[in-house]
Design a protein around this ligand. Structure first.
Ligand code: UDP
Ligand code: MN
Length: 242
């Protein structure tokens, strides 16, 4: 049987939430044997999100995991999506026995071929992420089929200078590491999580996407515009007209 994919998606309420999740759902609808964990940074589930998930044929769980107040109130960069992803890990520990998981943000762009690359992950796999950092790309560097280092525009002393969208982990590998979790540390979420998978070193990374020569996911970001501002102010209520 082909390994099951668990897709952990943090999301939060904003005017772009339903458009982002619509695009993502209609990508995931093309992928077999997948379970989607949609985890809202909110106290309560958003009805529009529940409705969207119901309309798709995707196997899913809809959960909530609000960002702790301490971080929410903090000025400057916030640990976005961390409470949600840790809730996803907790769900896996309670419900999954095998397969592969992937932290997939709601605003990225995914080529459906990526999911078949991810599926064969035995421990931890990695691949390039496009439109990412000032280098335009974040990726393991591969020479003659061997991992030699990382290419990323923001290394900052990280052991694993990679993007959230650039790696997947085998569920059994996670379950053998009961302490593995993501730190509330803006900019260091990936590094902190991957370090928490110790014992695991960069040399052991499984290289996907044709030895990291293909870009199958992009760190796209949706631009806020006057329409989002109007909706944020509650000026119009048409996001409820779904
Ligand atoms: N997110 C969240 N709460 C927030 C901000 C973001 O749950 O307060 C989610 C968001 O929906 C996305 C992920 O966390 O799936 C990363 O956020 P974002 O895309 O804004 O970050 P960036 O693209 O800058 O890494
Ligand atoms: Mn994003």
């Amino acid at each position: 049987a082909t390994p099951r994919l668990y897709i952990i998606t943090p999301t939060y309420r904003r005017p772009e939430q339903i458009p982002e999740l619509t695009r993502m759902a209609q990508t995931l609808m093309h992928v077999q044997n997948l379970h989607w964990l949609v985890i809202e940074d909110a106290e309560n589930k958003t009805q529009l999100v529940s409705d969207l998930l119901q309309r798709t044929s995707i196997s899913h769980d809809h959960l909530v995991a609000p960002m702790p107040q301490l971080f929410k109130k903090r000025k400057g960069p916030k640990p976005r999506g961390v409470s949600n992803r840790n809730r996803g890990l907790e769900w896996l520990r309670d419900n999954a026995t095998d397969g592969v998981f992937y932290f997939a943000d709601d605003d990225n762009t995914y080529d459906i071929r990526l999911f078949e690359e991810i599926r064969t992950t035995k421990q931890v796999s990695m691949w390039p992420v496009g439109l990412c950092t000032k280098f335009g790309l974040s990726s393991p560097v591969v020479v003659n089929g061997t991992f030699v280092g990382f290419y990323d525009g923001w290394v900052a002393g990280r052991k694993f200078p990679v993007d959230m969208a650039g790696f997947a982990v085998n569920v059994q590998f996670l379950l053998k590491r009961p302490k593995a979790k993501m730190p509330y540390k803006p900019g260091f979420e990936e590094d902190g999580f991957l370090k928490s998978l110790s014992p695991f070193d960069p040399e052991e990374i499984e290289l996907k996407a044709k030895n990291c020569t293909q870009v199958l996911v992009w760190h796209t970001q949706t631009k806020k515009n006057e329409a989002s501002a109007a909706l944020d102010l509650g000026k119009y209520n048409n996001t409820n007209l779904v």
